[in-house]
Design a protein around this ligand. Structure first.
Ligand SMILES: NC(=O)c1ccc[n+]([C@@H]2O[C@H](COP(=O)([O-])OP(=O)(O)OC[C@H]3O[C@@H](n4cnc5c(N)ncnc54)[C@H](OP(=O)(O)O)[C@@H]3O)[C@@H](O)[C@H]2O)c1
Length: 254
């Protein structure tokens, strides 16, 4: 059974692997046997992720790349293909959030979130997807959010981008089949640097515990099962799907 979820001999590219969910996903994919290319802007932090993987006898390397810079995406994908011959798994994880009410939000701040959280994943899926299509194998996993199914005050750019990601994921599935799958994971609230302000907000934490069937914040490790399902052969007949992993938050009203 473990073969079904194995990533032995696979090459996986994970964006935003310098910290938070991306770092844990990189560790998880490496533990499942993949060589993990840890992509992002912060060389030192990416090296920390790579060291954490190699300490556990896994294989990993740093790829410096800004997902909002199309030339950097194209250049690095070409370099990876030259060196490793293929990318089997793409995890579009890099993301940012901007917290401000719509009436106060300047267009460049809104645009930055769309550029990072929606256009970046599009460009990566396009560049990597070409090679996956030619090789007739690939797994694309987009990291979305419960903000792909809900609205919430003060994060309009994020909500817009993550709703857009649902559509992007469906279209990637429609265009990339039959051998390349594209799915998304929509996490609930998982403790990372992205949501430090909310972790410190007592009223928010009380609401979260009451509104979540699991009665707690998520941890990065809580996403590992969903990730391995969608990144491995276990998920070969699942495509175009957004899998909510939120401890039940969007399932119950209170
Ligand atoms: N934590 C949660 O509760 C939660 C819930 C739902 C969805 N998510 C999603 O999960 C993903 C990861 O979130 P997180 O909580 O781990 O956030 P995080 O701790 O803030 O990490 C974000 C990662 O994205 C990278 N990144 C940002 N902009 C980038 C760019 N232009 N190019 C390359 N890398 C870039 C960051 O790298 P740098 O070091 O270069 O900034 C960092 O590695 C995001 O897509 C987020 O929307 C998170």
């Amino acid at each position: 059974m473990s073969d079904l979820f194995s990533l032995k001999n696979k090459i996986a590219l994970v964006t935003g692997a310098s910290r938070g969910l991306g770092r844990d996903m990189a560790l998880c994919l490496a533990e499942a046997g993949a060589t993990v290319l840890c992509a992002g802007r912060a060389a030192k932090d990416l090296e920390t992720t790579v060291r954490a993987i190699t300490r556990k006898k896994g294989k990993a390397a740093v790829v410096l790349l800004d997902v909002t810079n199309e030339q950097s995406v194209q250049k690095q994908v070409r370099a990876i293909i030259r060196k490793y011959r293929r990318i089997d798994v793409l995890v579009n994880n890099a993301g940012v959030i901007h917290r401000e009410n719509i009436v106060d939000t300047a267009t460049p701040d809104y645009r930055k979130v769309i550029e990072t959280d929606l256009i970046g994943p599009f460009a990566l899926a396009r560049e990597v997807g070409r090679h996956m299509l030619a090789r007739e194998y690939g797994r694309i996993v987009n990291i979305s959010s419960i903000m792909a199914v809900l609205g919430r005050g003060s994060v309009a750019g994020y909500v817009s981008a993550k709703h857009g990601m649902t559509g992007l994921t469906k279209n990637l599935a429609a265009e990339f089949g039959p051998h390349v799958t594209a799915n998304a994971i929509a996490p609930g609230y998982i403790r990372t640097e992205l949501n430090v302000p909310l972790q410190k907000d007592k009223a928010f934490c009380a609401m979260l515990e009451q509104r979540t069937a699991a009665s707690r914040w998520g941890n990065p490790e809580d996403l590992r099962g969903a990730l391995l399902l969608l990144a491995s052969d276990a998920g070969r007949y699942i495509t175009g799907h957004t899998l909510v992993v939120d401890g039940g938050m969007t399932t119950i009203l209170a």
